[in-house]
Design a binder for this molecule. Structure first.
Ligand code: PEP
Ligand code: MG
Length: 593
């Protein structure tokens, strides 16, 4: 069974003595309650490990640091050039100041000396020197110099990240609640997921990737918590209530007792779901519904198999690229896809080709420097622009097809032209496999993600040329309502039950039915209890959700009667206002979802 229900930190002592208590509120993004020590993500200077080195290692350590410094200097210079052309020289100046600090022989010399005399690793020497310099600047009476203290900290972090070969360092030494300003998908790659008790972020919306990850891990998350990173230090005890969005920092004994009792109740509720592991997913009047899992790794596929899903409805391959780099080989990809296919046996494994851009990048930040990345160089547009790379991924999937029931899903399809272009690349991939005599499965089914309104409007034509379709509500809601899925300021406007969104879902389902092409819903909406009956009422018969949601969704399906669901959907989709639609569903505030 997936990790959820009672989540108690093994180490709940933390460093709370004498620390201020605080109660904060944000947007609940993943349900559950957790009590545990906080880990302040991004505080790399405070977290690097100090290792003793041998005198014979000194030169290598210094060289490692110098290489990282050179790399950061190059990055800063190119940042400065870009910002200067986009916004002007004054905005670019800060990057040049940072680069100048890294030119300073005194600064570099002090770090070299530290490595040499203290015999410590380079990261630790950089952290110590940058912290020392930062506190000197901080004590100045001059506000300009005090502000420079943040620059020093920033540069130190960047150099250390490059030395560690990670974009963001998250050394969880034991189970902890990760507290961050914002978590990008690439930030989470290096985390030891087994030690993440929960997430709390200052920014990022409910459908941003950190929130999706928390649901995949089955841990509580609250997003949009103002000032949390300024209040919390690593080691503070923290209660995260992912049901209400409340956060308690260094809580009183009474609160701790109250929430421990709540956790026990949750554990009981979680245990009540156990019978649903073996149950077939059928509505109360017997209508069968396919319940599949959204995964992003082989481990998640194993967890999903443990709750008897009907297959993988969405394998997000981005994490694979983020972990291994964009240069991951065809064979390396093939091994991963094959492993997932073997775990699922004859159940479908829907492998989505790389869907980067928007808020997901294989690297520290958006390399394309776009003003509007969700509408920019993203997803299938990148794949169709890099045919060799695209074909490589499809060759790996076609080869894995010999070991199970794999399907190819193309993301962000906006028109039939793109579907045809992707198909033509698939034919190219097949040709190269034939030419090199490599075995593969010829008839791998292909499908389009329906997540852009224009795709919905031509869903009949997309269905005519696809084997299946999958509705990505996370993006469909953002593109239909013009509401950034990751912007916490407008989270209250991100409403999947908006009748306009529902009309698009119904139109897609109807197009699938008419063409006899199965349509699944794989966005987060499908895993949200208050929307399950609604989707079933709209005619959806295939659902793909995070593994931690599978049992709850199966129970919701089993409790739903198909004709009642139809009636409910009819009333909601005919509502004049979003508020009215929400009222019919019992949703008063975004938190109720
Ligand atoms: C979606 O958009 O609903 C979806 C499933 O894809 P992602 O969240 O990865 O963009
Ligand atoms: Mg999407």
């Amino acid at each position: 069974m997936s990790k959820n229900g009672k989540q108690v930190a093994e180490n709940t002592r933390g460093k709370t003595a004498g620390r201020a208590t605080a109660t904060l509120r944000g947007i609940p993004a993943s349900p559950g309650i957790v009590i545990g020590p906080a880990f302040l993500f991004g505080d790399i200077l405070g977290e690097v490990e100090t290792r003793r080195i041998q005198p014979s290692d000194v030169n290598a350590e210094i060289a490692r640091m110098d290489d990282a410094v050179e790399l950061v200097k190059k990055e800063l210079t190119s940042d400065a050039e870009r910002i200067s052309s986009e916004l002007g020289d004054s905005e670019a100046a800060i990057f040049l100041i940072h680069a100048m600090i890294l030119e300073d022989v005194k600064v570099l010399g002090a770090i070299h000396d530290k490595i040499r005399t203290d015999l410590v690793n380079a990261e630790s020497a950089v952290a110590a020197e940058m912290k020392r310099m930062s506190s000197v600047f901080m004590e100045s009476d001059d506000s300009y110099l005090r502000d420079r203290s943040y620059d020093i900290t920033d540069i130190g972090k960047r150099v250390i990240e490059r030395m560690l070969g990670v974009w963001a360092h998250c050394p969880l030494t034991h189970p902890m609640v990760v507290v961050a300003n914002e978590l990008r998908a690439s930030d989470t790659v290096s985390m030891d997921k087994g030690r993440v008790l929960g997430f709390v972020t200052e920014h990022g919306g409910r459908e941003a990737h950190a929130a999706i990850l928390s649901r995949a891990l089955g841990v509580p998350a609250v997003v949009g918590v103002p000032s949390i990173t300024g209040l919390v230090i690593s080691g503070d005890m923290i209660i995260v209530d992912g049901n209400t969005g409340e956060i308690f920092v260094n809580p009183s004994r009474e609160l701790l007792e109250r929430y421990s009792t709540e956790q026990e109740k949750e554990a009981v509720a979680w245990a009540a779901l156990t019978p649903f592991v073996e149950k077939s997913t059928r509505m109360s009047d017997g209508v069968r519904v396919k319940l599949m899992a959204n995964i992003s790794s082989v481990e998640e596929a194993r967890d999903a198999a443990g709750v008897n899903v009907d297959g993988v409805g969405l394998f997000r391959t981005e994490m694979l690229f983020m972990a291994e780099g964009i240069g991951i080989t065809e064979n390396e990809q093939y091994e991963v896809y094959r492993a997932v296919a073997e775990i699922m046996g004859d159940r479908p494994v829907t492998i989505r080709t790389l869907d980067i851009g928007g808020d997901k990048f294989v690297g520290p930040e958006n390399p394309f420097h776009e003003h509007n990345p969700h509408l920019g160089y993203r997803s299938i547009r990148i794949s169709l622009d890099n045919l060799e790379f695209f074909e490589k991924q499809m060759r790996a999937i076609l080869r894995a097809g010999l070991h199970g029931n794999v399907r190819i899903l193309w993301p962000m399809i906006s028109c039939v032209d793109e579907l045809r272009a992707a198909k033509s690349c698939l034919e190219g991939a097949k040709r190269t496999l034939v030419e090199s005599g490599v075995a593969f499965r010829e008839d791998v089914p292909v499908g389009a993600m329906i997540e852009i309104p224009s795709a919905v409007m031509v869903a009949d034509r997309l269905a005519a040329e696809s084997d299946f379709m999958s509705i990505g509500t996370n993006d469909l809601v953002q593109y239909t309502l013009a509401v950034d899925r990751g912007n916490v300021q407008i989270d209250h406007l991100y409403r999947p039950h908006d009748p306009a969104v529902l009309a698009l879902i119904r139109r897609t389902v109807d197009a699938g039915l008419a063409a006899n092409v199965p349509v699944a819903v794989c966005g987060e909406m499908a895993g949200t209890a208050s929307y399950v009956s609604l989707l079933l009422g709209l005619g959806v018969r295939e659902i793909s959700v995070a593994t931690s949601r599978v049992l709850r969704v199966r129970r919701s399906v089993c409790e739903t009667d198909s004709s009642e669901a139809r009636g409910l959907a009819e009333r909601v989709i005919s509502a004049a206002t979003v508020a009215e639609a929400g009222e019919i569903l019992g949703i008063q505030s975004p938190g109720d979802r």
